[in-house]
Write a protein that binds this ligand. Structure first.
Ligand code: NI
Length: 185
């Protein structure tokens, strides 16, 4: 079990566009994923991207398989390893073909102690591969879609404050939500 150091906002390694993973099912990749899981669980997070531990690869993990403390009524996000991902926004409905956006609060293990209100696509399709090179192709909405978009942003060198449109909705978690325990991405 190896808990790695999570880089914090200000570290230039969080601003890189991550490199494509070219080899699957290798000892190196499995060890990296094992460390990322240990690190995410130790930090009480709901997702972690490889760049957050200084590894410049398109690899994210997310989901606990259990209900979220923040969204106890949302279906649990399955524990997922996602490599070289692509996200496509989906239309809100058959009638309204523009993708829906919704605002909700996010935190990030690389931005500790803070939360911000972030617009994200409400419905997405995401594709990529798992650590064995098997294809992943899913649709997701709500919290699940939000977590995927947040993690994949790390692969583009984007942290959630750069997605915010109203910085008056940015603050310290214990001030915004006193007494509430919430996870970070
Ligand atoms: Ni994050």
């Amino acid at each position: 079990m190896t808990v790695r150091t999570i880089l914090k906002m200000g570290d230039p390694r969080l601003l890189r566009v991550a490199k494509t993973v070219t080899e699957f099912d290798t000892d190196t990749l499995h060890l990296l994923i094992s460390d990322m899981l240990d690190t995410m669980i130790a930090a009480g997070g709901v997702g972690l991207a490889a760049p957050q531990i200084g590894v410049d690869l398109q690899l994210v993990i997310f989901g606990t398989g259990e209900p979220s403390a923040r969204y106890p009524d949302a279906p649990p996000v399955p524990r997922t390893v996602l490599v070289n991902p692509t996200i496509t926004p989906l239309p809100g409905s058959l009638v309204d073909t523009a993708p829906d956006e919704e605002d909700d609060w996010e935190g990030c293990l690389s931005v500790p102690g803070l939360r911000g209100l972030v617009p994200r696509y409400a419905h997405i399709r995401y594709t990529g591969w798992d650590q064995y090179g098997d294809r992943i192709d899913r649709t997701a909405g709500g919290f699940h879609a939000r977590v995927v978009q947040h993690e994949c942003d790390h692969l583009l060198g984007r942290l959630y404050p750069t997605r915010m449109r109203d910085l008056t909705r940015f603050g310290y978690t214990d001030v915004l939500f006193p007494g509430v325990e919430v996870e970070d991405e």
